[in-house]
Design a protein around this ligand. Structure first.
Ligand code: COA
Length: 259
């Protein structure tokens, strides 16, 4: 399907969604947000697709945040309207398949928040990440004040949100904001390797695992442990569980079918 601001490639059971506004550092305007939700919805129902990678076009930016020109003159009511409905951050955070942010450059503001909503983050060594909203006299509005402290801890999140300063990929890795830092030249290959590894697992188990781990952010321990046990038992209903265990006992690689 042709998009105005995105490229979508599906290959080896991996869908790669590329935000394609390099001349605006892939800033998130209304069209990009809408198309991202559309593309994610499309891929959600593709049984062939097992993993989604999100990245930015060009060498400079992953996503340099919300489109500042677009919201510059909005009133609070217009801004509220723009933030209503299904938002890309929540669509990604609740996505049934594993998601990877392939951070090829600046991941700022909404770009950093979009990466935070993904399950995993791989960054090029030259990438820079941050929540610079404070410098514009505003605050993060795509989940940054909530997902960032859950990922990197309260103090580090406050530092990023209050100073608005960017950090480099290595510091991001040190504080847990990024899972893997690689040389620019290896970014695509290393991300693909990670995605291929995930794509080989049972889609049923991946989904249950995501649901269980994400519940840790929302549930008290006792309820979370009960929830985990129920999902664990649910996994026993899948053909994939039978296949995974049989393959181990028969000393062959499993062939998971997502049932
Ligand atoms: N919204 C709208 N346009 C943006 C943008 C954003 N978030 N980020 C970059 N752009 C545009 C610039 O306005 C410029 O457009 P122009 O060529 O029409 O003037 C173009 O992208 C290139 O940006 P430029 O600043 O020249 O590129 P750079 O490589 O020197 O710097 C950044 C890149 C990302 C460091 C810098 O553009 C920046 O700080 N952007 C804003 C980041 C931000 O505050 N994000 C949070 C928004 S809430």
């Amino acid at each position: 399907m042709p998009y105005e601001t995105l490229l979508l490639q599906i290959e080896e059971r991996i869908a790669t969604i590329v935000v394609n506004r390099p001349e605006k550092r892939n800033a998130l305007n209304g069209v990009v947000r809408r198309e991202l939700v559309d593309a994610l919805d499309l891929v959600r129902h593709e049984r062939e697709v097992r993993v989604v990678v999100v990245t930015g076009a060009g060498e400079k930016a992953f996503i340099a945040g919300a489109d500042i020109g677009e919201f510059a003159e909005r009133t609070p009511i217009e801004q509220r309207e723009a933030m209503e409905g299904r938002r890309v951050f929540e669509v990604i955070a609740d996505y049934p398949k594993p998601t990877i942010a392939m951070i090829n450059g600046y991941a700022l503001g909404g770009g950093c928040e979009l990466a935070l909503a993904c399950d995993l983050r791989v960054a090029a060594r030259s990438a820079r990440l941050g929540q610079p909203e404070i410098k514009l006299g505003i605050i993060p509005g795509g989940g940054g004040t909530q997902r960032l402290p859950r990922l990197v801890g309260f103090g580090r999140a406050l530092r990023l949100v209050l100073t608005g300063e960017m950090i480099d990929a290595e510091e991001a890795e040190r504080i847990g904001l990024v899972d893997l830092v690689v040389d620019e030249a290896d970014l695509v290959a290393r991300t693909r390797e990670l995605a291929r590894g995930l794509a080989a697992h049972s889609p049923v188990a991946l989904r249950l695992a995501k649901d269980a781990v994400r519940a840790a952010l929302e549930m008290p321990l006792s309820a979370g442990l009960r929830f985990e046990r129920e999902l664990f038992v649910t996994a026993f209903a899948s053909e994939d569980k039978r296949e995974g265990v049989s393959a181990f006992l028969e000393k062959r690689p499993p062939e998971f079918r997502g049932r």
